[in-house]
Ligand binder design. Structure first.
Ligand code: PGA
Length: 254
C-alpha cells in the first residue's frame, strides 16, 4: 500500500519570518491528519528554523534543490551532506531549474545519485512542455527524462517521482485527472521496465501543476496518483490543509 503524500513546494517565497508564521498557522491542523505524508519544502534559509518548529509534529521537511558535490569551492551552493542533517526529502529536476538554470538530464542524474548517497529521498520531477504535449510527445519526453535521471541508479531507496506537465505549472491550467493518471501509469510501467514490477508497484508518483483545493479530489480519485506536489496553493494555509484533508478522505491508508 502506497502512503499518499502532499508536498508543498514554496519555491522562492517567504522570508524566514514569513515561513515561521505560515508553519505556525498550519502546524496544529496538519499534524492531526495521520494517513497522509505531509511535506513542506521552504527555501534553504528557513530549513533549520522550521525543522525545530515541526520537530514534535508529523510534518516532514524537504529542500528544493541541492548541488551534487559533497563539499568544496562551489560558492553559493548547498551540498547533500548539509541537507541530510536538516530534512528528509529534496526536490530534484524541477522544470524551473531545467528552464532557468540549465539543468540537464545529466546534472539531474548526478543530483539524484548524490542525494541517495546520503539517504535523502529525492522527489524527481519530470514532465513535458506545451509544444511537446501538443506534438503528442508526452510519453517520449517523460520516458527519456526517466531514463536519463535514473541512469546507473540501482537502488531507488525512497525516491518519489512527480509528474509535472510544464504547461500546468503556475498557469491555473491543470491537467485533467484522467490525463495525469494515464501518464503516471505510463511512468509506472517504465519504472517496471527499468527496475522490476515490485519497485514499480511501490514507488510513489505524484501529480503537480496548478493543484488547488478545488481540483485536488479529481486527482486523488485516480488509482495511479499517489498525491501531489503543490506550488502556489501550498503557501495558503487553508488551501494546503484542504488538499491534505481531501487526500486523507479519498485515499485512506489500509
Ligand atoms: P503550482 O506549482 O502548483 O503553482 O502550479 C507546482 C510545482 O511547480 O511544483
Amino acid at each position: 500500500m502506497r502512503v499518499p503524500m502532499i508536498a508543498g513546494n514554496w519555491k522562492m517565497n517567504t522570508t524566514v519570518g514569513e515561513a515561521v508564521d505560515l508553519v505556525k498557522t498550519m502546524r496544529k491542523n496538519l499534524d492531526k491528519i495521520s494517513n497522509v505524508d505531509k511535506v513542506i519544502c521552504p527555501p534553504f534559509v528557513s530549513l533549520a528554523t522550521i525543522r525545530e518548529l515541526i520537530k514534535k509534529s508529523s510534518i516532514k521537511l524537504g529542500a528544493q534543490n541541492l548541488y551534487f558535490a559533497e563539499k568544496g569551492a562551489y560558492t553559493g551552493e548547498i551540498s547533500p551532506l548539509m541537507l541530510a542533517d536538516l530534512c528528509e526529502f529534496v526536490i530534484i529536476g524541477h522544470s524551473e531549474r531545467r528552464q532557468y538554470f540549465n539543468e540537464t538530464g545529466e546534472i539531474v542524474n548526478q543530483k539524484i545519485a548524490a542525494a541517495l548517497k546520503v539517504s535523502l529521498k529525492p522527489i524527481l520531477c519530470i514532465g513535458e512542455r506545451l509544444e511537446e504535449n501538443e506534438a503528442g510527445k508526452t510519453e517520449e519526453v517523460v520516458a527519456e527524462q526517466l531514463n536519463s535521471s535514473l541512469a546507473g541508479i540501482d537502488d531507488l531507496n525512497g525516491l518519489l517521482i512527480a509528474y509535472e506537465p510544464v504547461w500546468a505549472i503556475g498557469t491555473g491550467k491543470a491537467a485533467t485527472g484522467e490525463q495525469a493518471n494515464e501518464t503516471i501509469s505510463f511512468i509506472r510501467r517504465n519504472v517496471a521496465r527499468l527496475y522490476d514490477d515490485k519497485i514499480a508497484r511501490e514507488i510513489r508518483i505524484l501529480y503537480g501543476g496548478s493543484v488547488t483545493s478545488a481540483n485536488a479530489a479529481e486527482f486523488m480519485q485516480q488509482p495511479e496518483i499517489d498525491g501531489a506536489l503543490v506550488g502556489g496553493a501550498s503557501l495558503k494555509d487553508t488551501e494546503f490543509l484542504s488538499i491534505v484533508t481531501q487526500t486523507a478522505v479519498i485515499k485512506p491508508r489500509k
